[in-house]
Design a protein around this ligand. Structure first.
Ligand SMILES: C[S@@+](CC[C@H](N)C(=O)[O-])C[C@H]1O[C@@H](n2cnc3c(N)ncnc32)[C@H](O)[C@@H]1O
Ligand SMILES: [Zn+2]
Length: 399
């Protein structure tokens, strides 16, 4: 079939799909081919799609029933085709894109993979599309929002289109606002203040989750973040929604602020949505900077991640090694302290040579503190030791 523009067939996971031939859209080195092509396709998001497949299968197994799935911003339909082909127990995949060319390609790809009976493809605005399903017995078990930039414009209709117990996946690629380069944009979009700290990617996940929490609470819906990750230039959060004012209240209670001292690395959390009053660092007296309101609850569920791990081992994914590494790290840090440190940042600030990170972790453990690595940053670690102890240990190790 011809689409009137250059295409090629690629393989990803267990599907074979037609996508725009990206090499035809690079005229100069700075060109970003996925956005130049008539239909969106980004090969570098394979890992993102792999993890989504694992999450959806885990969700299906935990629910123990057949699922209806929605991807309202589908592009070439690759993610949707993978859900239909690779996830057992999916009875329907509702795809949509505002771009009519994308709809043609996504429909063709469903046929190419023999899942046209499961997959429907629509052509309208994502919010309109989702709103059509925001009624009892029409709602989805899983909605995947994978937009350009922030997921916020689609969050409300996605929440309304989810069944009780459904799972919402959110990608955010607007890292400049979320990581504090454009704080006003972050406050406008996500309703929380970011900070340019070494753990800004974790703050990004928490700001996305916080925005979701407050939006869901308006509908008396609570959220539980079951998995999240930060890879390359985006963050992704997966949250199960539960209907009910009480569970919504419980989620809102997990909102709060992170207070950070840029002088001595001290950080603390303040739970509650009202503005924190304590503004001077208890350790060094410097005025504390504030991030939030944002989600202070868990950003991953250990059990959910271990089920994902099991799924990953059964699938022969191209990036299995990287996926297993991410899942092990996320699991390991799921219940650890909010925020992490990096040895580099401490040494940079204190003008010290950088000691091996392993030595710092060993010493912390030896002194009776918890110390775990984080998937957010290969040079990062979480600990329950106060910043003063972390600084002291790093300093001693460089002496
Ligand atoms: C980042 S791409 C999606 C990539 C896809 N999820 C994947 O995994 O390959 C975003 C898509 O959203 C579509 N889009 C943008 N605005 C939209 C809107 N208001 N309603 C529906 N689709 C929209 C674009 O045409 C594009 O295909
Ligand atoms: Zn301080």
């Amino acid at each position: 079939m011809s689409f009137g523009f250059p295409t090629e067939t690629i393989k990803e996971g267990k599907v074979k799909v037609v996508v725009p031939k990206l090499s035809a859209y690079i005229k100069k080195p700075s060109d970003y081919a996925p956005s130049k092509a008539p239909v969106f396709y980004n090969p570098t998001m394979e890992l993102n799609r792999d993890l989504a497949v694992l999450v959806l299968q885990t969700h299906q197994k935990l629910l123990g029933r057949e699922l209806s799935v929605c991807e309202p911003l589908t592009g070439c339909g690759l993610r949707g085709a993978r859900f239909a082909v690779e996830v057992k127990g999916v009875r329907k995949v509702a795809l949509n894109d505002i771009n009519p060319e994308a709809v043609k390609v996504a429909g063709f790809n469903a046929e190419l993979n023999d899942v046209a009976d499961l997959v429907e493809v629509a052509n309208e605005d994502a919010n309109l599309f989702l709103s059509r399903y925001a009624a009892p017995r029409k709602r989805f078990d899983y909605v995947d929002i994978d937009p350009f930039g922030p997921p916020v414009p689609y969050m409300d209709s996605a929440i309304r289109s989810l069944r009780n117990g459904g799972l919402l996946a959110l990608t955010a690629t607007d890292m400049a606002p979320l990581c504090g380069v454009h704080p006003r944009a972050c406050l406008r979009k996500y309703g929380g203040v970011p900070l340019r700290t070494e753990y800004c990617h974790e703050l990004a996940v928490r700001l996305v989750a916080g925005c979701l929490t407050m939006m869901a609470a308006k509908h008396e819906i609570g959220v539980k973040v079951v998995f999240s990750h930060s890879i390359d230039h985006y963050v992704r959060a997966y949250a199960v929604v539960k209907y009910g004012a009480k569970v919504a209240d419980k989620s809102v209670q997990q909102m709060g602020y992170i207070l950070h001292c840029f002088s001595c690395f001290h950080r603390e959390t303040v739970t509650g949505i009202t503005s924190p009053l304590k503004r001077a660092c208890p350790s060094c007296g410097t005025k504390l900077s504030v991030a939030g309101p944002l989600w202070l609850g868990r950003i991953a569920d250990k059990n959910f991640c271990s089920l994902m791990e099991k799924e990953a081992k059964e699938r022969n994914l191209r990036q299995e090694k990287r996926i297993l590494k991410i899942l092990a790290l996320v699991q390991n840090e799921a219940e650890a302290q909010v925020t992490y440190y990096t040895v580099d940042k401490i040494c940079d600030k204190l003008n010290l040579p950088v000691p091996p990170q392993k030595k710092v972790l060993d010493r912390l453990r030896k002194e009776g503190f918890q110390a775990v690595l984080t998937h957010f940053n290969s040079r990062g670690f979480r600990t329950d030791a106060p910043a003063s102890v972390v600084r002291e240990i790093v300093t001693k190790l460089t002496a």
